[in-house]
Design a protein around this ligand. Structure first.
Ligand SMILES: [Zn+2]
Length: 334
């Protein structure tokens, strides 16, 4: 008899579900997923987001139903994006204590005190030009005014945590953002609130559907000046390093699926710092659209992609598949 090689034996053994589970390296849990939701001011109905099937702009008046559904599905954490009624050049509605996110937070804290709520801290949904801060002219080129933006972001972050946000996620990659926000929170007595920094955010085509959803697509110029070149990997370390030094509690890589190498390398470089990956709207839509055409098995594809992101090194994933994953897991365990 010829000897059986361990790899061959393992492949056979894996067909037994118990052994398959015993030796499985990566397991995707619902607790690894953060559900992203968009909230709008006005009353009326939930507006389907045409570019993101299954997702809606949820009016405050319907937020209760939405939160009850989320909690009922066993989802443990959400990230909120606000779509304000009025926008201006400085995004001043972002720090209005009676603003969209602030009102939503008060509601959620009452309805679902155990749901963990993260809030996006950025101005692009609040500025009429769609950039992540007030604009200025830098040597004949349109750019975000760094210091003014930091001031406004501080007010926004503070107003979120006062309303009940449990973690702030500044997404603009503005220079010095993390240290300024950390100091603002500490000085105001919120030193326990962690900062999830969008440390490594690429200038990606994968944000397209989100831009339509959040009505935050840049109307003039683009965000190339403050987001990273997709061709660069090493640069990600400098960005992450800087955020760590400035006091970020959790790092993030965005997008996720097309940047698995970056996720892996950041985790290797900072093994003791939790890492989040953002599976973006564009990445979500690619699976969704292909499955709607009958070209791909949606459940298998989505679970495979999310598991790959975790396998690469992400501890948790902000994404648009959380509700579906919750339903699939319920079906599988029924
Ligand atoms: Zn932004």
């Amino acid at each position: 008899m010829s000897p059986t090689f361990p790899t061959v034996r393992l492949r056979r053994l894996r067909q037994h579900p118990v052994i398959r589970d015993l030796i499985r390296e990566t397991e995707l849990n619902l607790g690894d997923l953060v559900h992203a939701i968009f909230i709008k001011e006005d009353k009326g109905e939930k507006n389907p987001i045409s570019s993101m099937p299954g997702h809606y702009k949820i009016p405050l008046s319907k937020l209760d139903e939405e939160i009850e559904e989320i909690v009922g599905l066993g989802i443990k954490s959400i990230i909120l994006f606000g779509i304000p009624d009025t926008k201006d050049k400085n995004g001043s509605n972002s720090f209005n204590d009676d603003g969209i996110i602030q009102k939503a937070l008060h509601k959620i804290r009452t309805i679902a005190p155990d749901l963990f709520v993260i809030t996006d801290v950025c101005l692009c949904q609040y500025t009429d030009h769609g950039h992540c801060g007030p604009l200025c002219d830098k040597h004949g080129r349109l750019d975000v005014h760094n210091d003014q933006t930091l001031d406004i972001l501080s007010k926004q972050a503070l107003s979120h945590v006062k309303a009940g946000s449990q973690m702030i996620a500044p997404s603009g990659m503005i220079d010095g953002m993390i240290s300024v926000l950390r100091k603002t929170l500490d000085d105001a007595g919120f030193s326990h609130i962690p900062i999830l920094s969008y440390s490594v955010k690429y200038w990606s085509a994968m944000y397209g559907p989100f831009g339509l959803a959040a009505e935050g697509a840049a109307k003039v110029g683009d965000r190339r000046t403050y987001q990273m070149d997709p061709a660069n990997g090493n640069e990600a370390f400098r960005e992450a390093e800087l955020d760590v030094l400035e006091g970020a509690d959790i790092l993030m890589v965005k997008p996720a699926h097309t940047y698995l190498d970056i996720i892996y390398r950041i985790k290797q470089a900072h093994p003791h710092i939790p890492l989040c990956a953002y599976h973006t709207s564009g990445e979500f839509c690619m699976i969704k659209a292909a499955s709607e055409k009958g070209w791909i098995d949606e459940k298998r594809a989505a679970l495979e992609v999310l598991t790959s992101i975790k396998r690469a090194g992400a501890d948790f994933i902000i994404n648009y598949y959380t509700k579906e994953v919750a339903r699939w897991m319920q079906e599988d365990s029924a």
